[in-house]
Design a protein around this ligand. Sequence first.
Ligand SMILES: [Zn+2]
Length: 203
Amino acid sequence: MEMAAGLAAVARGFYARGWLLGTSGNLSAVVQREPLRLAMSPSGVDKGELRPEQFLSIDENARIVSAHQGKPSDESLLHLRIVKDRGAGAVLHTHSVWNTILSDQYAAEGGVKITGYEMLKGLQGVRTHEHTEFLPIVENSQDMPALAESVGATLNKHPAAHGFLLRRHGLYSWGKTLAEAKRHIEILEFLLETIGRTSRRSD
Ligand SMILES: [Zn+2]
């Protein structure tokens, strides 16, 4: 419940910034590792009004194990994949205007390369603005098991990445803790907006 309260507070903050409009996006955090239990945002709920008691508890197969009528987010399988492959303690997913635009503009390059910005130092393990962060782009799909496979392959191919984009869809990032995952989203959204606003691309 404490974890759900933390997730709801993060959701309200991200909603206020315009990153979770129209019930979009989703948030999760590990409550227990063995067996795996994730606090997961429900599907179709306004993220600006999300209450802690609305968070579902799901198992490693995205089945609800709490006494909720709701439906877990369709993207629960992606959260579970990130938790398993990256050892994440929290996974956050935003649909901002800038991450949506750049996820399409840079699709042909396979990702967005970010270097030379002081804000990069907000990413775990990064000590200098000279760091190069490559944010891979995964083609979007409504077939969640297939998309989870694509995400798994991308995470494997880019072990240093702190997040990834789904094309014309949104950003995923994570952290060992909820605070770290929130920081990563804020840093990556800042950097994507900075690149978007200063890019000379007209397409
Ligand atoms: Zn989404």
